[in-house]
Design a protein around this ligand. Structure first.
Ligand code: HH2
Length: 282
């Protein structure tokens, strides 16, 4: 159609969005819902980061505070104690752009200084200080939608129009960030599946990602191992991979540009095959 290719910029890195990008998750926490406790030892975390790179991820997302439903906030010094050594070591030793999954500006600032290039903010850049950190560093950023707070967000979340409300929030946060000096091309938006949403809300959003991408920025989606897939994966003996990939495929076919996953090797291969099969259909 002769459209200019969309890009995502993060400091000196630039991705052209002409295929699905894969963001691999590394949680340096004792309590994340799927990999909690596995990578608290920095050596284990750095080793896992190396494998995520080998497996073909485009970005590594390092988190030090679980935001699963019911999770309690972690003080900034504890968060940095967990991820600081990992961000520093990965930046030195692993050839993969680092995203930091944090909503705290001081953590974002330190992580960028240590080598991170993207801030993945589950609070959607609602904090002015965070907007300044992004603007001043020219880091990339993920603006995610969350209704409520992790501790209580899954207690009967309600919307009049889930797609309209999520889209309006993301568009408004994008406008605000850009008006405060953040470059448009550094932003990716995310509807935040499971963050104050019922399984029905998540499914509705997954089918409406193209409408969300009409905001004008690439869309990231995280389906990986989430509890809204429970009805399928509990029937499969707790295996979450198939359900996660099926939901991610629905997302990609409906407009997602970036997928955030725990099972990187499987997701990379799956996305390649999905792209090939989709092309041969046309
Ligand atoms: N999901 C989780 C955490 N961060 N960030 C974005 N942008 N999108 C998501 O869907 C998303 C996210 C939850 O998954 P995980 O990191 O595995 O769990 P925990 O929050 O328990 O560490």
């Amino acid at each position: 159609m002769g459209e200019t290719p969309r890009v995502w910029r993060a400091r000196d890195i630039e991705w052209t969005i002409d295929r699905t990008l894969v963001m691999g998750v590394l949680n340096v926490t004792p309590d994340s819902f799927s990999d909690g406790g596995k990578f608290l030892d920095p050596r284990a975390a750095v080793e896992r980061a190396g494998r995520i790179a080998e497996e073909g991820a485009d970005v590594l997302d390092i988190g030090g505070e679980s935001t699963r439903p019911g999770a309690r906030p972690v003080p900034a010094d504890e968060e940095w104690r967990r991820i600081g050594p990992v961000v520093e070591a990965v930046a030195r030793r692993v050839d993969l752009p680092i995203s930091v999954d944090t909503y705290k500006p001081e953590i974002a600032r330190k992580a960028i200084r240590a080598g991170a290039v993207i801030v993945n903010d589950v609070r959607g850049l609602r904090d002015n200080e965070m907007v300044k950190v992004i603007a001043n560093s020219r880091a990339g950023a993920v603006i995610m939608h969350m209704k409520g707070e992790p501790a209580t967000m899954q207690e009967n979340p309600r919307y009049e129009d889930v797609v309209g409300e999520v889209k309006a929030f993301l568009a408004e946060r994008l406008r605000d960030a850009v008006s405060h000096g953040v470059s448009m091309e550094s932003i990716v938006v995310d509807p935040g599946l499971g963050f104050g949403k019922t399984p029905d809300h998540n499914t509705t959003l997954l089918h409406a990602l193209r409408e969300i991408s009409a905001i004008g920025r690439p869309v990231l989606v995280g389906t990986s191992r989430k509890s809204f897939l429970e009805s399928v994966h509990s029937a499969a003996g707790g295996r979450r991979l198939e359900a996660s990939l099926a939901a991610a495929a629905v997302g990609v076919q409906n407009g997602a540009d970036v997928v955030r996953v725990h099972d990187v090797a499987e997701a990379v291969q799956f996305m390649r095959q999905l792209a090939t099969s989709t092309r041969t259909q046309q």
